[in-house]
Design a protein around this ligand. Structure first.
Ligand code: NPW
Ligand code: ADP
Length: 299
């Protein structure tokens, strides 16, 4: 049985910021995210990363997303991309994205896919196929990035290799697309499935939902006790993806980064629910509560 993540574990793993540190100490998250249809996903992911300690966050996206980011998140650096199918990021911009400084790549939230069109899904697949392989750091693959990877796996292709570690953050629906199993089969033994595929794919799997399971390729696994059904709404996963990328950028190893991110995301959501109710809370209400937890723990 996997152990539960504890608050003690989280604050042992996330160190205080050294007095002599600078922004480079805490890495650069390059978030490739958003499209005309899903502007909020990119903003929630970028703010999740900014509020979880990353030294620099750069958002690579199309103009309407960047306009929203510039208005709401002045700390966010911007990498303007050409618009492709259905207002998503065109693969034409890949060389420009590859020239951005980055220690962690966050790929997927709001990129768009088959829900928009076959052309959008194909372009998102190209982004995943060309940005992940050989990336010099670690990466988080989420949302439409996972759907693109599922298509590649279904075609018999392997998950792309990068220099660092790769974290996949599927909910059970995405895990079903990635594995070819049914949601019922996955739900029957979430821990076993997460462990099995972490090993098979050589990645950290974050199988989301009530009691999220985090599994590493070396066989370690843990279960998250925090969080509540107020998180069951669009946008919660985008915040988590940004938080996870930020902890990677702060140089936590992938298993620890993912475990701490899911614990803090859920614990902040529990505080948001205490204030707004599970019906009334929103994903962005997680962010101020997260700040309170960092402050209470001198981080
Ligand atoms: N404001 C914004 O910009 C937002 C943008 N967003 C962005 O939108 C993009 C696409 O996201 P999405 O939500 O449309 O696709 P996805 O999550 O695959 O759901 C599709 C179907 O999958 C299933 N399914 C889902 N969860 C499941 C579960 N736990 N367990 C089992 N099944 C589950 C379920 O199928 P059903 O059960 O209804 O048949 C559901 O209808 C993505 O890039 C994201 O970042 C969103 O984050 C929202 C806020
Ligand atoms: N009932 C629940 N209890 C605890 N956490 C939940 C619950 N439902 C969803 N969550 C969490 O909320 C997030 C939802 O992410 P996801 O399903 O990808 O949706 P989206 O990307 O649209 O926000 C995940 O972190 C998941 O673990």
């Amino acid at each position: 049985m996997a152990v539960e993540i504890t608050e003690d574990f989280v604050w042992q793993v996330i160190p205080p910021r050294p007095r002599e540190s600078h922004k480079g100490t805490f890495g650069t998250v390059l978030a490739v995210a958003g499209s005309a249809s899903y502007r909020g996903a990119a903003l929630l992911a970028a703010e999740g990363a900014l509020r979880t300690g990353a030294g620099i966050v750069t958002l690579a996206s199309v103009e309407p997303v960047l306009a929203a980011a510039a208005a709401r998140l002045p700390e966010c650096c911007l990498c303007p991309c050409a618009a492709g199918a259905d207002g998503g990021i065109s693969p034409e911009s890949i060389p420009f994205i590859q020239r951005q400084k980055a220690t962690v790549l966050l790929l997927g939230p709001g990129l768009g896919g088959t829900a928009q069109s076959a052309a959008r899904a194909a372009e998102t697949r190209v982004l995943v196929q060309r940005l992940l392989p050989g990336f010099a750091g670690s990466a988080v693959l989420d949302a439409d990035g996972l759907n693109a990877a599922a298509q590649l796996l279904a075609e018999g292709k392997a998950l792309p290799h990068l220099t660092g570690e790769l974290i996949l953050t599927p909910h059970p629906g995405e895990m079903a697309r990635l594995t070819g199993l049914s949601v019922a089969e996955i739900s029957a033994d979430r821990e076993k499935i997460a462990r099995q595929y972490a090993k098979k794919w050589n990645v950290v799997v974050v199988l989301k939902g009530s009691r999220t399971v985090v599994a590493a390729p070396d066989g370690r696994a843990c279960v998250n006790p925090t969080g509540n059904p107020g998180l069951a709404r669009g946008g919660s996963g985008d915040v988590l993806a940004g938080m996870t990328a930020a902890l990677l950028a702060c140089r936590l190893p992938a298993f620890e980064a993912a475990s701490c991110a899911v614990y803090l995301h859920g614990a902040a959501a529990d505080r948001a629910a205490a204030l707004c109710g599970e019906y009334g809370m929103l994903p962005h209400d997680i962010l101020p509560q997260l700040g309170r937890m960092f402050a209470e723990n001198q981080r």
